[in-house]
Structures are given as C-alpha cells and as structure tokens.
Design a protein around this ligand. Sequence first.
Ligand code: HEM
Ligand code: HEM
Length: 133
Amino acid sequence: MSQEKWSIRLIRIASIFGLIGTVLGSHMAGAGSYAFRPVHAHILLVGWLSMFAWGAFYKMFKVRAKKLVTFHGWTAIIGSIGLTAGMWFQFIQPFGVNKTFSLIFYIVGGSILLISFALFIFVTFFIEKDGKR
Ligand code: HEM
Ligand code: HEM
C-alpha cells in the first residue's frame, strides 16, 4: 500500500467521523441531553482531527519505513473506531450490551489507539533526508 493511498484513506475515514460527530453534536443540542458528550468529543478529536492530521502528514512527508506506515495506519483506524465505539458501549450501554463485553471493547480499543499514537512518533523520525516527498 503506497503512502499516497494511506493519505487519502485516512482522510476519507476522517470525513466520515466528521459527519457522525457533528450529527451527534446536533442531536445533543436538539435533545438537550449531553450524554453523548465524551463520544461526540472523541469522534471529532480523534476520528476527525487526528485522523485528518495523519492523512495530511503522509501527503507532506515521504516515510522510509513502509511497514511502519501500514502498521500505524491500521492501528489508527482500528483504534479510533475501537475507542469511540467502546466508549459508546461503555457510557451509553446501548441495546443492553453486556457490561464485560463493553469494558473489554473500550480498553482494547483505547489501547490500540495508544499504540497508534506511539508508533506515529517513530514515523516522524523515519522520513526521507530532505524531509520532502
Ligand atoms: C454540528 C456541529 C456541532 C454541534 C451542534 C456540537 C454540539 C455540542 C454540544 C451540545 C456539546 C456539549 C456542550 C456542553 O457540555 O455544554 C459539545 C461538546 C463538545 N464538542 Fe461539539 N458540536 C459540534 C461540532 C463539534 C466539532 C466540529 C468539534 C471538534 C472538532 C467539537 C468538539 C467538541 C468537544 C471537544 C466537546 C466537549 C467539550 C467539553 O469537554 O466541555 N464539536 N458539542
Ligand atoms: C486511549 C485514548 C483515550 C482514552 C481512553 C480517553 C478517555 C477519556 C475519558 C474517560 C474522558 C472523560 C469522559 C467523561 O466522563 O466525560 C475523556 C475526556 C476527554 N478526552 Fe479523551 N481519551 C483518549 C484519547 C483522547 C485524545 C487522543 C483526545 C484528543 C485528541 C482526547 C480528548 C478528550 C477531551 C477533549 C475530553 C473532554 C471531553 C468531554 O468533556 O466529554 N482524548 N477521555
């Protein structure tokens, strides 16, 4: 998978998070219930803003370590969905979801996201010498 593909892939996923997050925000404003606030906040800050930033980074810089890009990309996608879905299960308990299941989903999702953020530190150090693509 080329970096170019990862760039647009992350930005497309970010755009979907953006719509879901703003719909949730509008729902909270309309319903006058802020139960979704942490879910709304993380969908937009992690799913929209952070994902977009990673996508833009991959367009701006050429990374030498291709496998690291793939690994970071997948942990970013799985972690963002895992954390926000896990938060939703954990905080809202939709469909009477099993409590152990929701807790584990939330912890595993959040941990994968943490790994993604850690991997990105290494990504920033493995760029081509002139720093440009
Ligand atoms: C249609 C657009 C949006 C609507 C209607 C909306 C609505 C809301 C509402 C009602 C709250 C709860 C406020 C409170 O607790 O008093 C909230 C919180 C929040 N929103 Fe939005 N929002 C929108 C877009 C965004 C966007 C684009 C972002 C970030 C990129 C964002 C980030 C946040 C954050 C971080 C919080 C939590 C703030 C805190 O911890 O106090 N929202 N939003
Ligand atoms: C492993 C990843 C993360 C976990 C497990 C996590 C967990 C949490 C928890 C438990 C809260 C308190 C929610 C509440 O009860 O109101 C919170 C709040 C918040 N987090 Fe995170 N977080 C993570 C990553 C992030 C990241 C990467 C950002 C920003 C890019 C972020 C931004 C915020 C903000 C703005 C709030 C306040 C939101 C509100 O008022 O509802 N978090 N987070």
